[in-house]
Design a protein around this ligand. Structure first.
Ligand code: HEC
Length: 284
């Protein structure tokens, strides 16, 4: 499996080299190397909690999903029969290397702050001409959905890059600030806020050690999605994680792609600023 992957990476690399030498640099390290470096630096009990996952990361089933995503990205699709190379993820059309660690960000063409998922939806509907209810766009969950395949491929191009969301535009700052209020506001039948469980180091629920948002070296792993969830045998997105957390708090659900969901991600990504992304990560 690993050899196949390496060969196909090599083939993809050769093609990319010929097309644009400046954007093909291989990530300096694998996701497990990024994680190991963080572990060596911090000794965090959150980062070290699953030795088994660390051992399995090099052969993560996520790599199959990433390969499928690369195929989808470069295939002419949709009623307009074009690839996604015309899609601007913030660094210019078709530039995906290092793009994910700078999302969510403001896009002038939509006058909105968008995360990876909402940007993909935008490009698939406008550039490729898919209707929003086409399964290619509408199915968002699980490794077999086009959306997860594409997210896996694009985010993998940011492995090892430091989270670095722009805050220049007033809307980017407003979203980050709104996300902070959401993260800290207690509500619902349990009177929980995200901070109730995610603002201490070494806090546990049963066997799980919880990440502390005020420690970027821990928090980077917490927000490194899409990640392969071993217990669910599927790749899961940031959106899926946000929904899981609201469910855990017994609060009303956030709508995927809504300003609220994106604001929360703007805040949680800002909190990991400067720490390297682990993509794809592997979770319990
Ligand atoms: C009652 C405690 C609790 C609250 C409140 C809570 N979480 Fe969590 N959170 C957890 C637990 C437990 C996990 C690990 C879940 C698992 O492994 O299935 C987790 C996991 C996460 C992760 C992923 C961590 C990882 O290792 O990948 C993120 C990010 C996260 N929560 C964000 C939030 C946000 C945002 C909120 C508020 C909307 C929130 N959490 C509220 C308990 C909580």
């Amino acid at each position: 499996m690993k050899l196949t992957r390496q060969l196909s990476t090599l083939a993809g690399c050769l093609a990319a080299c010929l097309l644009s030498p400046s954007t093909m640099a291989e990530p300096a390290s694998s996701p497990e190397e990024v994680l190991l470096a963080l572990i060596n630096e911090t000794g965090s009990s959150y980062l070290t909690q699953s030795e088994q996952n660390l051992m399995m990361m090099a052969d993560s089933p996520a790599y199959w999903t990433i390969e499928d995503g690369a195929d989808l990205f470069y295939t002419e699709r949709g009623p307009n029969n074009v690839t996604l190379e015309g899609c601007d993820f913030g660094k210019g059309p078709g530039v995906i290397e290092g793009a994910y660690v700078e999302l969510p960000r403001y896009f002038a063409d939509t006058n909105q702050v968008m995360d990876l998922e909402s940007r993909l939806v935008h490009c698939m509907t406008t550039l490729q001409g898919f209707s929003p209810d086409d399964p290619a766009v509408a199915e968002r969950h699980g490794s077999s959905s086009d959306m997860m395949k594409l997210q896996a491929f694009i985010s993998n191009q940011s492995n090892g890059y430091a989270w670095n969301t722009p805050l220049d535009h007033p809307l980017e700052k407003a979203f980050r600030d709104a996300g902070e209020v959401m993260f800290k506001r207690r509500a619902g039948p349990m009177d929980f806020a995200c901070t109730t469980c995610h603002s201490d180091t070494g806090k546990r629920i049963r066997a799980s050690v919880l990440p502390n948002i005020s420690n970027a070296s821990e928090w980077t792993k917490a927000i490194s999605w899409p990640a392969f969830r071993v217990g669910q045998d599927n790749l899961r997105s940031s959106t899926h994680r946000v929904r899981g957390c609201y469910w855990q708090m017994r609060q009303a659900q956030v709508v995927a792609g809504s300003d609220a969901a994106i604001a929360l991600m703007s805040y949680w990504t800002d909190a990991a600023r400067g720490a390297p992304a682990i993509l794809p990560d592997m979770k319990r």
